[in-house]
Design a protein around this ligand. Sequence first.
Ligand code: R5P
Length: 266
Amino acid sequence: MEWGMRNRVSKIIRPNDSRCLMLAVDHGYFLGPTEKLESPSSTIGPLAKYVDSIMLTRGILRTCVNPTIDTPIVLRVSGGSTIIGEDLSKESITTCIEEAIRLNVSCLALSIFVGSKYEHQSLSNLAKLVDEGEKYGIPVLAVTAVGKDMIRDSRYLGLACRVAAELGAHIVKTYYCDNFSSVVAGCPVPLIIAGGKKTTENEALQLAANAIKDGAVGVDMGRNIWQSEYPVPMAKAVKSIVHSNYSSNEAYKGFRDEITSSEIKA
Ligand code: R5P
């Protein structure tokens, strides 16, 4: 791996512990103004310093993020379908590599839809994006998206993650599942997990801790952070799992303590 590529990967997966905490705020690209992400700058601003990187589209980056920010950017570059459209799996590459370079991003992200009607299109998008990324030393994060009817088990996710790695993805994002360690074992590049729909803070922290224990290098979490009533304490709690190997109980205690101390100060 060349210097530029290694340097950018190190912005996403931190070299001191090979772990990664990514804040996902790209939901609007197919969902529109998702709850608590209606005003992206208000959501992102207070959280940016507690995460290693932020995943979002160019439109939100350009309009809602201060360009003097230190936090590395993971740019979502696939899209073109919405929740009310024909088929969510029908995506194209929506941002060219020159724009990604102008925006000084550290990583490109794209969804693949293994087993869907547009499987081939999404996989060929990934292969093309990896070729472009390799030319300029920009890593590609493949996101294994699942349709509503697809079972998120280790057999399916293991296949999707392996295919992403075979096509050249440098990092793969998937869902946590039973027997997740077999998904990790079959994927030769680092795996991170998505947080998924909002659950209780305790459950989300358990998910993160289980994923790390089973071999994920980190999490790309969105709704379970910024849809929490206490997003900053939640981001800090997830960080304590990812970077300090806290158990979910220890992290949850930290979350509660943080809320109590902020309430006392107020
Ligand atoms: C969905 O397609 C996006 O890639 C999100 O970035 C991803 O699902 C992670 O966000 P959340 O933790 O809210 O699931």
